[in-house]
Ligand binder design. Structure first.
Ligand code: XBP
Ligand code: MG
Length: 265
């Protein structure tokens, strides 16, 4: 019996490194298809990631980088259409099986399932993206392992607002303090902190290296696998003891107990 009730996973950057070679080319394909000359290169996309959510990100791009662009009167409708096209391209790309789960993700999910730890997802991305990522990751039925998939526009405010975590926790009937969040970004950490998660574990992803993860219990370069150890980069749980060299339930338990020595009451 572990001390915490559930693991809540972010998707983009955490389950898989989706942004650079997944979302970014999907946006560009949607722009090209619409006859737009917008082209988000790797560097620009890194700056655009300050804003979560694809529709919100396009709006941010127009405001900051293309203030003189004259769009249609119904800009919301135009952006929504572009975003549907982007989602279609992203799902197609996932179907080609080119975006794998990150190291250690499947191992940890299997261990949690076997131990009866409840699983959920709290993400900014569109629900179809989550379904497609899981359907193409090579583990049949993995989508059913998650009790709740909280995604996209079900809440008005995306990360760093706490809303998506709060929404997921309400559906699971759990207090945030009893749960662990797994994240990859500063926006994700702020969201999980705002929702009162019991511990926040970060695996940096390609675009989030060196971000400010204040409030995270543990910051790693990856979850790690046997023979491919994770590197501890920081976090408030101190020099966490990974014992096996990778993050497993035992290590998460030690981090959780370090933060909550008397339990969560
Ligand atoms: C992920 C995102 C998402 C994706 C695009 O943030 O910001 O917006 O980039 O998804 P997080 P959509 O990992 O913090 O949840 O285009 O489907 O909105
Ligand atoms: Mg993320």
């Amino acid at each position: 019996m572990v001390a915490f009730a559930a693991l809540l996973f972010d998707v983009d950057g955490t389950l898989a490194d989706t942004e650079r070679d997944g979302h970014r080319p999907a946006f560009n394909a949607a722009f090209a298809e619409a006859g737009l000359d917008w082209d988000w290169d790797v560097d620009l996309y890194g700056q655009l990631l300050a804003v979560t959510g694809g529709k919100e990100r396009m709006r941010y791009y127009l405001e900051r980088w293309r203030p003189d662009w004259r769009g249609p009167a119904d800009l919301d409708g135009f952006i929504a259409g572009l975003h549907r096209s982007k989602t279609r391209h992203f799902v197609e790309l996932l179907g080609e099986g080119r975006i794998p789960l990150r190291p250690g993700v499947l191992r940890l999910l299997r261990e949690a399932r076997a131990a009866g730890v409840r699983l959920g997802i709290a993400t900014t991305t569109t629900p179809e993206n989550v379904t497609a990522l899981l359907a193409n990751c090579g583990e049949p039925g993995i989508g059913d392992w998650f009790e709740v998939i909280a995604a996209g526009d079900v809440v008005p405010q995306k990360k760093p607002a706490p809303d998506i975590y709060t929404w997921a926790l309400e559906r699971m009937g759990l207090p945030g303090a009893a749960c662990i969040a797994l994240e990859d970004s500063d926006n994700g950490v702020r969201s999980a902190l705002g929702a009162g998660l019991g511990a926040i574990l970060v695996t940096e992803s390609s675009y989030t290296v060196g971000q400010d993860f204040t409030g995270a219990a543990l910051v790693l370069d990856q979850l790690g696998e046997p023979g491919s150890p994770a590197l501890v980069l920081g976090g408030e749980a101190g020099g966490a003891d990974l014992a096996q060299g990778y993050l497993d339930l035992g290590a998460i338990e030690r981090v959780f107990r370090h933060l909550h020595p008397g339990g969560i009451g």
